[in-house]
Write a new protein. Structure first.
Length: 221
């Protein structure tokens, strides 16, 4: 019973590793021994949504899920940039620009559909010479971040009321939605950063099939 796939709807303001630790503690207490728990791809602390965990012998399957396509909903705020690309960074206001029209926004957003090249964010878990990029960034060390080719299958504009642009997008594994938001802001000449991010799908799995973390914990304690 401890070899499971666990679908969690991650709340904001907690790391994915924090979710793993809580689930591990609950299962270990239930089993009376330490139960292994692993994730199949993390979410940033400010992000919410689908997090797939594997426990017990199923942790061997974690790698199989890393390459699955994903779907997100994101709110992009134009007119500002963030040092981290999200609400956790230092915000810089941009000036001397015109608010983009809906047609301009639509044209720019659709230009990102297809194969694109992204620069990996400085505040990411990618390893640079054996060290996490976010550790180097927090220490103020400047490093050249790698580029990667990703695929954007579709982007749908859910709403646009300047300065907020809300999108729904389906992307390949390895796509940084923070970077996508920043790049949209650059193309619109306004700057941009993400204010919200929610993962709604991983491959065939939907967030509607998951349980909020607190609900899962109360049901399994």
């Amino acid at each position: 019973m401890f070899d499971q796939m666990i679908l969690i709807d991650k709340p904001e303001n907690i790391t994915s590793f924090g979710v793993v630790a809580r689930v591990r503690r609950v299962l270990s207490e239930k089993a009376g021994k330490k139960v292994k728990v692993g994730h199949t791809g993390t979410l940033d602390p400010f992000a919410t949504g689908l997090l797939i965990l594997m426990s017990g012998k199923n942790t061997k399957k974690c790698q199989e899920f890393l390459k699955l396509d994903k779907r997100y909903e994101a709110t992009i705020k134009l007119g500002f940039t963030s040092t981290t690309g999200d609400p956790e960074g230092e915000l810089i206001e941009h000036k001397n620009y015109s608010a983009p029209t809906p047609d301009e926004v639509k044209k720019v957003v659709q230009s990102f559909v297809g194969e694109i090249e992204q620069t990996v964010p400085r505040f990411s878990a990618v390893k640079i010479d054996g060290r996490r990029a976010y550790d180097l960034a927090r220490k103020g060390q400047e490093v050249e971040m790698p580029k990667r080719t990703v695929k954007i299958y579709e982007i749908n504009i859910l709403s646009y009321d300047f300065p907020y642009l809300k999108i729904d997008c389906k992307v390949s594994s390895g796509t940084y939605i923070r970077t996508l938001g920043e790049d949209i802001g650059k193309a619109l000449k306004t700057g941009a950063y993400l204010t919200t991010l929610r993962r709604t799908e991983i491959g065939p799995y939907n967030v509607s099939d998951s349980l909020p973390l607190n609900t899962w914990m109360s049901q399994n304690s």
